[in-house]
Design a protein around this ligand. Sequence first.
Ligand SMILES: [Cu+2]
Length: 68
Amino acid sequence: MEKTTLQVTGMTCGHCEKAVKNALLSVEGVSEVNVSLKDGKVDVGYDSRKAPVEKLKEAVEDQGFDVV
Ligand SMILES: [Cu+2]
């Protein structure tokens, strides 16, 4: 399992946090998501053969947030 940290802007509350978390967890190959709301950081544990980083970014952006 690989790990990466996405810097996400636009998350302001628990709903945002949940939306991002659920979106990432619904990507095949993602097994772990930890959101730090105040830092805008999202730690993701994933299998890059199934879920390339581009896909992770897309999932977050689909929820209306920006990945730096
Ligand atoms: Cu919110």
